[in-house]
Write a protein that binds this ligand. Structure first.
Ligand SMILES: [Zn+2]
Length: 243
């Protein structure tokens, strides 16, 4: 990585933060899905609803009715069904653009395209999730101006405070996220009144490396409930911590 890129990443991490204080009497767990495969809209949403919970789905309009990594993607009808059931829709760029190595002009054009897609389909749009969790100084500042919040990846939970310009999230991947890690993180936010945001892609009995199974998702929902956490979409969680 070049020195300029390293400096940009350092500045992005440390200089452009908008802090949201955490530390409520209860912890919060959010479940998010990126891109988004159809199975997340169907099986994923259904499991969340069984726990009276709702999730956040970060959509690439360029993947609507498409196939990604052998997974069938969402349809416009799926998105309307999610909204009707009370789930949150967010932006994930139109073309799954890597914001750390794309010019700001191209990123802005891509955001415009995704927002136009939402507008044309009369769908509400909340915050933004960086594809690949990748960002630099310029894209973090630009995303903060355009969206109320931005989600990244990075792993782990957020305690005491969270950066609205780069909300950290933990992978929920059947292949690589052990059950004891899920339990430990949920217990941590439950006792500290912090915030754990999971992210995944497909919800399938045979997921690829970036997907979860119905069993793993159900286990995380059950543990969050047992530990007394609130399960909220990202936008609602921000409102909860702000009030
Ligand atoms: Zn993605």
């Amino acid at each position: 990585m070049s020195i300029l890129k390293k400096a940009s990443r350092f500045a992005a991490r440390h200089l452009t933060c908008r802090w949201l204080p955490l530390g409520k009497e209860k912890g919060v767990v959010s479940f998010t899905f990126d891109d988004v495969p159809a199975s997340a809209c169907h099986r994923g949403a259904e499991l969340l609803q069984q726990y009276q919970a709702r999730g956040t789905f970060y959509i690439c309009g360029g993947l609507t009715d498409g196939v990604e990594q052998t997974q069938a993607c969402h349809s416009v009808r799926d998105l309307h069904n999610l909204v009707a059931a009370g789930h949150e829709l967010g932006c994930h760029t139109f073309s799954h653009t890597n914001c750390a190595n794309t010019s700001l002009m191209e990123i802005q054009r891509d955001w415009d395209k995704n927002q136009a897609f939402f507008h044309a389909e009369k769908l509400p749009l909340s915050g933004f999730a960086f594809p690949f969790g990748a960002y630099d100084f310029g894209s973090k500042v630009a995303a903060s101006k355009r969206f109320f919040y931005n989600r990244i990846t990075g792993g782990g939970a957020q305690l005491r405070r969270a950066d609205l310009s780069a909300l950290r999230a933990q992978a929920l991947y059947a292949a690589t996220t052990p059950s004891d890690v899920i339990l430990k993180l949920i217990q941590q936010v439950a006792s500290d009144g912090g915030w754990l945001i999971f992210y995944s892609h497909e919800v399938s009995a045979h997921p690829g490396p970036w997907g979860t199974t119905p069993e793993q998702l159900e286990m995380a929902l059950r543990l969050a409930t047992q530990e007394g956490c609130r399960i909220l979409p990202v936008q609602d969680a921000i409102t909860f911590f702000q009030t």
